[in-house]
Ligand binder design. Sequence first.
Ligand code: NAD
Ligand code: ZN
Length: 367
Amino acid sequence: MPDARIERPTDALVRITTTNICGSDLHMYDGRTDLQPGTVLGHENMGEVIEVGEGVDLVKVGDMVCLPFNVSCGACANCNQGLTAYCLVANPAPGMAGAAYGYADMGPYAGGQAELLRVPWADFNCLVLPPDARDMSRQKDYVMLSDIFPTGWHATELACVQPGDNVAVYGAGPVGLLAAYSAIIKGANKVMVVDRHPDRLRLAEQIGAIPIDDSKASPVDQILEQTGGMGADRGCEAVGHQAHDPSGQEKSALTLNNLVHSVRFGGTIGVVGVFFPKDPGSPDPLQKQGKAPFDYGMFWFKGQSMGTGQCNVKNYNRQLMNLIANHKAEPSFLVSHELKLDQAPEGYRNFDARNDGWTKVLLHPDG
Ligand code: NAD
Ligand code: ZN
């Protein structure tokens, strides 16, 4: 692919030092989206600024920066309200809002699983990192500010997690683990994490959450038992609409319905797992059309509320950066592999298969 370059005066050019493979990349890898061949993937990026356009004032050549996965203009009605995931300008497609690097239907921005990345509206989008971000051993924490740490945090914000709450998290992938980690930082009481992969459940236990193995017994029953029959106060969904039952069968809305049954009357649910308006690759005919058989009756009857959507990374990344800089948060606990860029196919294959021990893959274009 041709190298990225400055195209507009408000752009910066970043030499990528660390870029991650995300569960969101798997939607494209698995064919759940209409990805154009030749698209450079990669929306979890950090690196060094090597050039700035003449309209860039604040970001300087030599700065180490982490980029929110959202590309946003910083000036539209949504950006003004902090809804940078739904920027009204960055995605030029009719009827669309919100853009991201290297993502199908999310605007014309190449991703950072590459040597170089063009960052539009650089003053708004770059988070300038502290000096220790040059140290490769610190990058595995700072790079998580691009997406999954803020997204895990967002799940707990959408779910209104307060100190002392019991919290159920569905999915112990990187996002679910960081939702659990965020709930723990916020002072939650019991944090229960549902999955069926022993390596991922072990990580949940390692950070002080209660692992719930849904291949052993109903996760709803296990959560009710943990909460004296009442259900969790809050629930977070970090799986997405390709949820599988423990036997491996794809079942749309399975986790949403499990959450409705796992969360108490009056409780709140935050959904960050991705659901698409259509899913051409799904074997489930309903899901192909982006439809899901949601237990709305029980949801309404229990008076629950639900927040959904992409994370507005800029709402949280500065504060979470402070926690990392002061060693109060180390989201790198879930990193399993750091590979060279040309080993990305191996990383994708193993992460997609959820092979034992492949929880989060980082790529270093410099080797
Ligand atoms: P992942 O695929 O590694 O993790 C998903 C986990 O869910 C896996 O460990 C899988 O075993 C588990 N799972 C599958 N079915 C389940 C079920 N029925 N019950 C419980 N667990 C089940 O992906 P990830 O990187 O952790 O991302 C998770 C989701 O978050 C994806 O949909 C991703 O696209 C989405 N995401 C959203 C945002 C956002 O801004 N909202 C940002 C990043 C990622
Ligand atoms: Zn991501």
